[in-house]
Design a protein around this ligand. Structure first.
Ligand SMILES: C[C@@H](O)[C@H](N)C(=O)O
Ligand SMILES: C[C@@H](O)[C@H](N)C(=O)O
Lengths: 159, 159
């Protein structure tokens, strides 16, 4: 996997925002992220899973910690329109990414990341992937442990 | 945004698998994707959102439709170990991605995608993003409508 994985990136200065039970119908995501874009708030990762009941689902995204208060404000003003049940703002997360190439054809890369974190007792709270990046959110206190373990796991230790 | 977004990709031959209520504790993701890797099943996107109760959460991922039956089999054999409440296999999805560069600093790119789909009445079922790609899963029947509308929205129509 040396040739596949080129680096580990981490950003402890992100905050995560979870909107619980937003209406799962056309136009809701546009309304949420359109309002954030209008407020010049940069959004990094966005994760939405399948609705359980077909009516509502959760959306989680990350922003910089400095934008967290403003983000909550923008979204609370939208609450009647998009209808979420809760907004959870969480500053104590770190986004960790394994970066590489052609990872879709390398099923072991994501597994190695998950296994490495699991063996260190680090819980994976959010997952979002692409062919060149496997990103997770973990508690910030585990950042150093996670980054060191991942460097070792992917053979990136030696300079 | 012309310079930012370079193309629209879509893959209607994917199937999505959702595991409802897997144990949200270290090692579970490793077990799931380790077993799939061992069975040589290539996984494309993986999405996991924050657990609501701290005990369990859902994991959704996509694979090729031809691997769907085998995937269900592998995971059902793991059921006691990882403890999901339901496995939902869904062949009628298409993954649509807006591809570009430096999209984190372009809050409008994801918004344009969501707004374009919303205006066509297309529901966004799953979202997973990175700085170079905004990916969603929609019902396959909307594929052509979505792809055409997105090409127009990002000014990619003229050859
Ligand atoms: C929840 C949100 O993504 C909604 N399904 C939409 O299409 O906008
Ligand atoms: C659900 C799964 O991601 C679990 N939290 C783990 O760390 O493996």
């Amino acid at each position: 996997e040396h040739e596949t994985v080129t680096g580990i990136a981490y950003s402890p200065d992100e905050a995560k925002i979870t909107l619980r039970r937003v209406g799962d119908k056309p136009g809701v995501a546009a309304n949420i992220f359109g309002s954030l874009a209008k407020a010049s708030i940069n959004v990094d990762m966005i994760v939405q899973n399948v609705s359980e009941d077909g009516n509502a689902t959760d959306i989680t995204f990350t922003i910089s910690q400095t934008d967290s208060a403003r983000t909550s404000e923008v979204l609370h003003n939208l609450r009647n329109e998009i209808g979420f049940s809760d907004l959870i703002a969480d500053q104590n997360v770190t986004k960790i990414s394994v970066i590489g190439v052609g990872m879709r054809s390398q099923p072991g890369v994501a597994t190695t990341m998950f296994r490495t974190l699991g063996e260190k007792g680090i819980n994976i709270e959010v997952i979002s992937t692409s062919e060149i990046k496997v990103s997770v959110l973990i508690r910030s206190e585990y950042t150093e442990l996670a980054v060191r373990a991942l460097h070792t796991a992917y053979g990136l230790d030696s300079s």
